[in-house]
Design a binder for this molecule. Sequence first.
Ligand SMILES: *Cc1c(COP(=O)(O)O)cnc(C)c1O
Length: 405
Amino acid sequence: MTLPPNVYDAEPIPEAARAEVERLLSSGDLFRYTAPENAPVTLLETEFAEMLGTKYALAVSSCSAALFLSLKALDLPRDARVLIPGFTFAAVPSSVVHADCQPVLCEVGENYRIDMEDFAAKLQSCQAVIISHMRGHTSDMDAIMELCDAAGIPVIEDAAHSLGTTWHGRNIGTIGTIGCFSFQSYKLLNSGEGGILVTDDADLVARAIIMSGAYEHMWKKHKARHGENSNDLIEALERWQNQLPLYNLRLSNLSATLIRAQIPEVPRRVRDGRRNHDHTAAAISASPWIEVPAKLAPEERAPDSLQFNLVGLSDAQTLAFQQAAGKRGIKVQVFGMSTDNARAFWNWQFIQDLPELPRTRAMLMRACDCRLPARLTLEDCDLIAAALVGAAEDVMNGAITHAAE
Ligand SMILES: *Cc1c(COP(=O)(O)O)cnc(C)c1O
């Protein structure tokens, strides 16, 4: 029997990182503010801003830290209401609570994207919005920005898992007021832990820089993408000197070095991830029991995992499908059916008056999650697709015979 493909291992860190890691180990220069200039963290920030086309980038200890600092940078009043999708990772409502704000949950549809009717209805009572492009699925950013711009409400893009995705050709994470990305190991760029925020707003980034832990005059080591607009940045930083708390959420030079070495890999990872996803999605869509929701027209995706919905299956059959896929060597997680899943909103019990979201719940009870890293071959993808289609047949052919009795 052919072994199922290994979907868990990360890619090795490119060889190019080794010399710089060695230099850091020999010198002990791990703190971003020790060197007089051009520390690996600073270089990562200018390179990342360059890659995305934003003026500013601030590297921090995680995407959760970037989301928290974004909310703090917006200077929202205590208990401000922040609209977030009902389908996201628990770190997102957590960052809202951490920033002394209140998460307001919005319905998400069967296609994993924000339900615009519910969004529009709830927006008016909110002072900020976090859009999670969950598993890299982009919500309708045209409609979202139109509503938020009209209401003067800032938009934070949680693009943790969306690096490389574009919307009308524009990089995801650069459409809202601030965009946040993750360097945790399950994301496109992997340093174990880490995150970065991007924005064109000098005042917001200045506040975030200081609160991230640029104490005293450490902020002088921060740069804009090209340096040409650094006067805006310096003026903003001088304005906020000594005015803000220091949360110390910095990134280390070691992490920055690992990430910088992977930046040249981004186009290849995006291209192969999309190829693997689209190939596998087309193959499993042949099953009458499986539906892969279509992307929105302006969106070019950068997936490293596969989500699909089971159609016409009961709760028991859905669980049986999960087991049948496992027997065939492919781990599938139905978001709403695995105990204590951090992406199921009813498990966010740290939120006061946790609401019910019937549409989101119905989606989570049939939506399957399956890893599909960019390094897989199309043969690997065929094996995964055959196992998924086969698992649905195992369950449903049995059920059809059963129902006919
Ligand atoms: C991974 C992830 C996060 C959290 O990122 P960290 O860097 O681990 O804090 C937030 N939102 C989404 C959508 C994610 O996928």
